[in-house]
Design a protein around this ligand. Structure first.
Ligand code: COA
Length: 260
């Protein structure tokens, strides 16, 4: 598949998806959102890919937000449509993928950029990264899930302060808040993400899918996460991966999971 705004590379069961508009600090215009949506769906359905890393091209930005130049003349209906479409085609899609997705935040992650990182299953940042939701400086609020996911990740009080002040926080502060899991130098960021992804890839893909579903269920309105955990736990017992994992333990060898 040929893309104009993103680059997709894969090796060793890992895909690296790079948002590639460096002269616009990788801002998310509608074409980029559409390409990301297509690429994520293709990777989810690619049996060879067991983890996905998302990053931005260049030294400066992960993603500096939704493309302001594209929406600044929108009216109420268009604004609502922009947010609703974004939720559906990209941000909820990424959150609900059953292939693990790691954000490698390599610089500015602002507005839609931080929202994309927060849709990923977890995040690492380089030590130059700056993270924030500055939408109120533009007279608007985060519209790609930021008001919800930031509060889930850092707590309501910190989310209120970050969104109302529009201040960017440093990678170290993001680490302290639990918004990112690790901070590295920019040079080491992708390799560190890959090392973590390779640890994931060794484990049962079907169990990982169940774990993602169960964890996400706890953050879904009207769904009982504990019940989803019970159901997914039971489902695992019917899989070949469960037979292989438990048999390998009994036989004192490493499991070779078929992923079924
Ligand atoms: N939407 C559209 N274009 C953007 C953008 C965005 N969110 N963020 C950056 N760009 C563009 C700039 O317009 C500029 O393009 P130009 O050279 O064609 O004018 C280019 O990217 C470089 O950005 P610039 O502002 O010159 O870089 P800087 O180093 O001076 O500042 C930022 C970096 C991130 C502080 C600044 O670009 C910024 O504040 N961006 C908007 C952040 C934001 O509000 N995001 C939330 C959007 S909802």
């Amino acid at each position: 598949m040929n893309y104009n705004n993103i680059i997709v590379e894969s090796a060793d069961h890992l895909a690296v998806l790079t948002i590639n508009r460096p002269d616009q600090l990788n801002a998310l215009n509608s074409a980029t959102i559409a390409e990301l949506s297509t690429a994520f769906k293709a990777l989810e359905n690619d049996g060879e890919i067991k983890a996905i890393i998302v990053t931005g091209s260049g030294q400066k930005a992960f993603v500096a937000g939704a493309d302001i130049k594209e929406f600044y003349q929108f009216d109420v209906a268009q604004g609502k449509e922009l947010a609703a479409k974004g939720h559906e085609t990209l941000f909820n899609l990424v959150q609900d993928l059953t292939t693990p997705v790691i954000a490698a935040v390599n610089g500015f992650a602002l507005g839609g950029g931080l929202e994309l990182a927060m849709s990923c299953h977890f995040r690492l940042a380089s030590d130059n990264a700056k993270l924030g939701l500055p939408e109120v400086t533009l007279g608007v609020i985060p519209g790609y899930g930021g008001t919800q996911r930031l509060a889930q990740l850092v707590g309501k009080g910190r989310a209120m302060e970050m969104i109302m002040t529009a201040q960017m926080i440093s990678a170290e502060e993001a680490l302290r808040f639990g918004l990112v899991n690790h901070v590295t130098t920019q040079e080491e960021l992708l390799d560190t993400c890959k090392q973590i992804a390779l640890k994931i890839v060794k484990n049962s893909p079907v169990a990982i899918k169940s774990a993602i579903k169960a964890i996400n269920a706890g953050y879904t309105d009207g769904v009982n996460g504990f019940q989803v955990e019970i159901d997914e736990f039971g489902t695992c017992f019917g899989t070949e991966d469960f037979k292989e994992g438990t048999t390998a333990f009994i036989e004192k060898r490493k499991a070779a999971f078929p992923g079924k």
